[in-house]
Design a protein around this ligand. Sequence first.
Ligand code: F6R
Length: 613
Amino acid sequence: MCGIVGYIGKTQKGADIVLDGLAALEYRGYDSAGLAFLDKSNAIVVSKQVGRVQALRTALTQTKTALSTSTTIGQTRWATHGAPSITNAHPHYNADRTITVVHNGIIENHQELREHLEDKGYKFVSDTDTEVIPHLIDYYTHECKTFGQAVEKSLGKLRGAYAVLVMTSKQPDTLYAARLSSPLVIGIKKDAIFIASDATALIEHTKEVVYLNDYELATLKQDGTYTVKDYKRSLYINRDTETLDYDAQESNLGNFPHYMLKEMHEAPDTIRMATSGRIRLQNNTVKLGGLESVADQLKYIDRVVIVACGTSYYAGLVGEYLIEELAGIPVEVQLASEFKYRNEPFSRGTAIVAISQSGETADTIAALKKVENYGVLRLGVVNAVGSTIARITDAGVYCHAGPEQAVASTKAFIAQVTVLTLIALHLSQGKSPLFKPILNELAALPAKTEAILAQAEAIKKLADKYKDYNDFLFIGRTYGYPCAHEGALKLKEVSYIHAEAYAAGEMKHGPLAMIDESFPTLAVATDSPVLEKTLSNMQEIKARKGKIIAIASEGNTSVKKLASDVLYIPESPEQTQPILIALVEQLFAYYVALANGHDVDRPRNLAKSVTVE
Ligand code: F6R
């Protein structure tokens, strides 16, 4: 979703730095882009475009002043209030353009504030909720002694979620940045400060960062100094910097045409990174350093509730099967957006596990906040290091998949399922008879994902064959059931083809009615104790002239007798098959989308990091 970037420092490259930062945040999804800078006479200049950051860059290269700017703020907007248009694009400003603001999130009480300001004579030009902020600050500058106090007072009036950057011509050597439920990270370098929605936008310049927490206002100075104030508690905060543990190159496309393809090709390394230092084959142990601080509490856990959204939710469903089977602890998986509005009883023996690639998903954060005072253990399975979910949970296990930039999650799902397997093994305390075989299999999986990637051409051929169907059904049983869901989600989000997922056993309870020759099914029919049942479901589909693409285990001979086409995964225990099945499904969805000419990395209407509810 929206991304914001700001720069203040001694160089005159502010516009370039912010444009590069916005380009690095393009993966989050957006429909317009804009920036504001102070010109030589410290007047605010604003430039906005509908469409890509490149269009903004092109427009700016024609403005000579933009080539030598210092303090600059910019934003990529994903429309919420008001259509994508130049007027609604950020930055927004007050009437005399002395105050300008970029904002991520939603100001829930914007209507009320707008009416109040209109009564005071303020005129609005856009349909956005954001525009109330510069006017409100303007209003309070007449009441407050300093501009900083006016910013702080205005923040106190805003409800909802925000990450905001405020720039003013009244104080050209200062930028203000504040957050509530929307991420902001400050990058620190000698004589320069960078600020952005996520570290991808600033890692090219520095690895030293400070994450802002809710209700914190940072005052950033041109000489590279800054202060952070908790404006709710009126306290100045002294926070140590953290060092980012990845490089700018990891965010680059390299020789791949798309991030989605690059990230699927990272599957072998993703598994290696997620298991590195955590599995000890010699002495049959799993070591999860991130859970050590809560080891005593974990001993008394009698219920696990997993909360997540989208692909992370489906990873959670795989986790449910794994933790129940390996550790014998009952698990429930809930959509974070539903969880937060439910009134269900909790005991102290419950552990809430939030799964999130970005660590910034608003619904998942809200779910964790809901149980803040319940006395339950809150754990995270998060990819983005230092993200909000990583910081607000009591403990957790990082996925270590590196930055994921394609909107469709691929390697993060693989990392999440790998980590959930480790957690299930850890919770089983070595007692499950499956402990050793699965531990060994985790070490063997990278090579098996390589074998799947080597079949990319065959998967592409199949995608070309099926690209024109309007509907797809995905079915599976037990560990294959979450895979059916994840496969359907991947196909619909990148190819826009209608795809539904069902537990194969549900076919006769309704979905079978849809089946005819125009409605193909992708059946997860890998080797497992329930394969025969799935084969019966495939028989029923075939009898109704339904075409079937099956995903089967290598060496199996019965599946191909029923399926129109078969894709094989290397043999693996059913508990670890989801990692391999998902990769096949991801490649299939990618090639269908490509064959249909879609922008696979940035599917329409979607954003990577869903920071509003
Ligand atoms: C689908 C996809 C989304 C995310 C969901 C949760 O490919 O990427 O469904 O999985 O928005 O995001 P995170 O994991 O960042 O909380």
